[in-house]
Design a protein around this ligand. Structure first.
Ligand SMILES: [Ca+2]
Ligand SMILES: [Ca+2]
Ligand SMILES: [Ca+2]
Length: 448
């Protein structure tokens, strides 16, 4: 089996590509997916939505499941009930021992049979499978059609990943980060869809990119979902939170434009990037983690913009975190976070989890360690604003109900998610004590 015939679109976070007729019952969709055991932390690895004409599938990652083996649930939508336990859906994919399956998740959504990529960095592996192949409670290795592995110890291969046609040949490519590889320089592996086999090893990668020096941690966050230069080919964003620029660990994200020769280039990173954005202050840690990055148009000009978290950013010597929004038309050369169109700061835990809603031109920002009894909040910030926004002066959309909730960790999906004209939000409370301490929850709610 290969990836031919599958859609060339990028990973769908926040912007499902399906545009056909959608059943109207979604407009009332309200669902809570609950963890089943203590410290399962459902949703901490993220989630995504596959939308199709015959129904949709919510994917939920719980990398702490089964003492760190990890698990990913596929939940069909709509559901008759407003609550469902994690393992009660179409499938529960179980990770290998110590794998941490679901620490990263990417979906190439094109209706039924969408391609899913799942990282298990504890065993240096990423799995590719079609969502319709997964049924019941099953080991991920039994239903995956590709298993990408690295034989380099402790590289954390699979800690971040993306799916998208970055060389423009019409076949979906897989991009996998190993941020701890080679003295923490970090490496990103690109696997061409044209080469797809039943099993790839990391050395079969069509191209790789190594961090610029040790302790860059390149590959901590990856996107292949936006076409920044509007040439019709998706472009890559590769982040390295430990990059030293104007100060120690400012962090940086490199943008490499997609194209037919991308996967055959020699890949010295600095020869290939068209833009580099970096943190302005030491310890900003721009791009630290797979949920710090969101791409899509937020300014209303139909050109993709780039929102990135700086989770280590200090305000009055407290590490509160920040988020910077770069206008897509300004993404050339090197750009400091001080040059961003919009900078948001002021509430604890900001920058670990960043989302966006293009239809309403809003940034969706989690502050998992601030507000809501200390259990976190999600706040929408108008993205057409410029300059600095103090988040503590903006009323949250949603606040935690328990101090342990960690609301918003794992990413935020918001917008017309089902293509039905309604507005929905999907978010996690991985520390929630619903069914057991720390079992966690993921919630789907209409946006009021
Ligand atoms: Ca391709
Ligand atoms: Ca492009
Ligand atoms: Ca824009």
């Amino acid at each position: 089996m290969d990836l031919r015939g599958k859609a060339p679109a990028g990973d769908s976070a926040g912007s499902p590509s399906y545009t056909g007729d959608i059943p109207s019952e979604y407009q009332q969709n309200t669902l809570t997916i609950t963890g089943e055991s203590a410290d399962q932390h459902v949703g901490s690895g993220g989630f995504d939505l596959q939308v199709g004409p015959m129904g949709s599938t919510l994917l939920v990652a719980a990398p702490d499941s089964s003492a760190g083996d990890g698990a990913v649930a596929l939940i069909p939508l709509p559901q008759d009930s407003e609550s469902l336990s994690f393992g009660a859906g179409q499938a529960e994919l179980l990770g290998p021992t110590g794998g941490g399956l679901g620490q990263a998740l990417a979906l190439n959504a094109d209706g039924d049979g969408a391609l899913l990529a799942l990282g298990a960095p504890g065993v240096e592996t990423a799995y590719l499978l079609f969502t319709d192949a997964a049924q019941g409670r099953v080991s991920v290795g039994e239903v995956a059609h590709s298993r990408l592995t690295s034989d380099r110890d402790a590289g954390r291969f699979g800690a971040a990943l993306a799916l998208g046609d970055v060389d423009g040949d019409g076949l979906t490519d897989a991009i996998v980060g190993a941020p701890a590889e080679t003295y923490l320089a970090g490496r990103v592996y690109l696997f061409s869809g044209a080469d797809s086999q039943l099993r790839w090893e990391a050395e079969d990668a069509t191209a790789t990119v190594l961090g610029t020096t040790s302790y860059d941690t390149l590959g901590s966050a990856i996107s292949a979902a936006a076409d920044f230069d509007e040439d019709g080919v998706l472009d890559l964003v590769l982040c390295m939170p430990d990059y030293d620029g104007s100060g120690r660990d400012v962090g940086g994200c490199a943008i490499a434009l997609g194209g037919l020769d991308l996967l055959s280039r020699g890949w010295s990173l600095w020869d290939e990037v068209s833009a580099l954005v970096y943190g302005a202050q030491s310890e900003d840690r721009l791009g630290d983690g797979p949920h710090t990055l969101w791409v899509g148009d937020l300014t209303g000009d139909d050109r993709a913009d780039l929102a990135i978290g700086l989770p280590g950013s200090e305000l009055d010597e407290r590490p509160e975190g920040a988020v910077a929004l770069f206008d897509g038309t300004e993404l050339t050369g090197t750009r400091s976070s001080d040059e961003a169109r919009l900078r948001v700061e002021g509430v604890g835990g900001l920058g670990q989890s960043v989302g966006g809603n293009g239809a309403t031109s809003e940034l969706l920002l989690a502050t998992p360690s601030g507000d809501g009894l200390g259990g976190g909040a999600i706040t929408a910030v108008p993205a057409r604003t410029t300059g600095r926004v103090d988040l503590s002066a903006v009323a949250p959309l949603i606040e935690a109900e328990q101090a342990s909730d960690q609301l918003g960790i794992g990413g935020i999906l918001g917008g017309d998610l089902f293509g039905d004209g309604g507005q929905h939000l999907i978010f996690a409370l991985p520390g929630s004590d619903g069914s057991a301490p720390g079992a966690g929850e993921v919630r789907l709610r209409p946006r009021r």
